[in-house]
Design a protein around this ligand. Sequence first.
Ligand code: ATP
Ligand code: MG
Length: 332
Amino acid sequence: MTIIVCPNCSKKYRADTNKLTTRKKFLVRCKTCEHKFVINLEQPALVQPPVVEQKVVEPDYASTPNSSKSPRKICVTLSKGGVGKTTTAVNLSAGLATAGYKVLLIDTDTQGQSSFMLGKKPPAGLTELLTGELPPKETIFPARPNLDLLSGGRSLAGVKRIIDKKSFGSEWTLAEAMEKIDSDYDYVIIDTSPGWDQLTVNVLFYADEILTPVALEVMALHGLSEFIKNLHAIKKYKEIDLKYIVPTFLDTRVEQPKNIYRKLQGLYGDKVCTPIRYDEELSKIPSYGQTIFEFIPDGDGAADYGALVRTIAKNKNILLGGHSSDETSQIA
Ligand SMILES: Nc1ncnc2c1ncn2[C@@H]1O[C@H](COP(=O)(O)OP(=O)(O)OP(=O)(O)O)[C@@H](O)[C@H]1O
Ligand SMILES: [Mg+2]
């Protein structure tokens, strides 16, 4: 047990440290004066050891969701449109599922393209989960063995309005809803829409890791640095890591994308993954409702996404894609 002190009204709260152990930094609200403030367990200025016989009340945990068994929660995001977010989210999820992990793919985009790419039209999805219209488990649909889908689509536009109107804690809406279901999975992969709205913020408050696809074109570095600036605002309230930068649309026949790739490596080092090459087959798969591993398992797209799956799972032995993709042969 620890005592948390509101910096505004000095009200003291007793906090169950067991509930706080997985997150070192989080936002709380004082139930007495409504003041919101950040608790950083590593800089315990607002945290005191318990005092005997102190009058205490329980803190409001609604804004600090937590669960005992946590999957890896990876959001695939960049404000810039058309960079390969959905293609990456879908094929990464499918690859991890094929490798034997239990995966949930969440589509938070009103375009609903993740379901489309998987050839599925679930009758319910993220909207019904967030509005509470259906019990959580009834909003999730199997898409492939080991791969479940929480689909997006046009109805999410209404959900964004509901989130916007919430007077407090709106940024935790998704995290709270997922608390009841995500412990069933090894990975939760979240596809986001282009731009930056309330739902994107909710995704960043839920996920722990960020994977950013960056199309290797002239404005790539600008789009990425703008996104990183926005991310700083979120990092004040919760820990989230930009872990993987995935260069996409690499055209090996021309010099410019290779130069941009090298610049990315110079700026972001190990975060930069082996690129996904431009591949005609990847642009065709949405029309067939198949993943690249189903459509052309021995093509470049499957090889590149196979390599990404191995990087994310930190397991070199996963066999996906007919031939191996290695960075040196692509960029030489
Ligand atoms: N490596 C690739 N080679 C060729 N085509 C690709 C590749 N990756 C994605 N595509 C195609 O490019 C288009 C945009 O990809 P995708 O929909 O994945 O981007 P997005 O970032 O999700 O877009 P949005 O921001 O609109 O959600 C799609 O038609 C897709 O099939
Ligand atoms: Mg998309």
